[in-house]
Design a protein around this ligand. Structure first.
Ligand code: KIV
Ligand code: NA
Length: 259
């Protein structure tokens, strides 16, 4: 999957499926499943590092994880988040850090949070042929301004303006987070680049979920997350069974021992 193929899916009416990954185990699982794109999101801070927000994630950390994912999912489009304060200072800073991410990870694209407020930066990145995905609606890096990360964004005019600014500035796609379904549908109908929704209804051109959420590993279960399998429950059960078998001398048995 390439950036142009990802963009073409919209005109072909083919829905795009995107999931996050941060390591080789999940990069391999997602690549084998044939997912359209993998996002190395700055949710890294929450689901891998156990922090409260995405803000502490550093450029060095996202590059470390991005390189692993891009190497282990060579056929999949890999998009890496620009961390908080790695692009907001200036478009020069954004170009330098987006370039560093693409050089050092082997990923094909970056993502940043913003629309109108980042239009100059998006167009500078696009001028340098750095493929950039925008992220509008609820922007987790703005958590302290919003007061909480669950704030649904209902201002249709502002959302349309942000998404349109991202498209006009050269973004190849835009994430819509926590947007009422009717507004996300309207934005999707207005734009010619694919919209990728999270908590934004079925009208978007594609969907993204945080992988540990949909596998029941993170314990994060808001309305928009569908838990497809409860891997945490299965893993706790397997761990307990292992402990019992070790205690009772059932593991290792002959089949799992060298003679
Ligand atoms: O960091 C992330 O995982 C994201 C998705 C929720 C879109 O930005
Ligand atoms: Na993110």
């Amino acid at each position: 999957m390439t950036v142009p193929e990802f963009m073409r899916a919209k005109s072909q009416g083919r829905k795009l499926s995107v999931l996050t990954a941060y390591d080789s185990l999940w990069a391999t699982i997602l690549e084998e499943s044939g997912i359209d794109a993998i996002l190395v999101g700055d949710t890294l801070g929450m689901v891998v590092q156990g922090k409260q927000t995405t803000l502490p994630v550093t450029l060095e950390q996202i590059i470390y994880h991005g390189e692993i994912v891009a190497r282990c999912a060579p056929k999949t489009l890999v998009i890496v988040d620009l961390p908080f304060m790695s692009y907001q200072v200036s478009s020069r800073q954004a170009v330098r850090n987006a370039g560093k991410i693409l050089k050092e990870t082997g990923a094909q694209a970056v993502k940043l949070e913003g629309g109108i407020n980042q239009s100059k930066t998006i167009s500078r990145l696009a001028d340098c042929d750095l493929s950039v995905m925008a992220h509008v609606g609820m922007r987790p890096q703005s958590v302290h301004k919003l007061g909480k990360m669950s704030a649904i964004q209902r201002d249709a005019k502002a959302l349309l303006a942000d998404a349109k600014a991202a498209e006009d500035s050269g973004a190849f796609s835009v994430v819509l987070e926590l947007v009422p379904a009717e507004i996300a549908q309207e934005v999707t109908d207005t734009l010619s680049i694919p919209t990728i929704g999270i908590g934004a209804g079925a009208g978007c051109d594609g969907q993204v979920l945080v992988t540990p959420d949909m596998f029941g590993l993170s314990g994060f279960q808001p309305k928009f997350v569908k838990k497809y399998v409860d891997l945490k429950k299965l893993a706790v059960e397997a761990t307990k069974q292992y402990m019992t078998e070790v205690q009772e001398g059932q593991f290792p048995d002959d089949a799992h021992s060298h003679k």
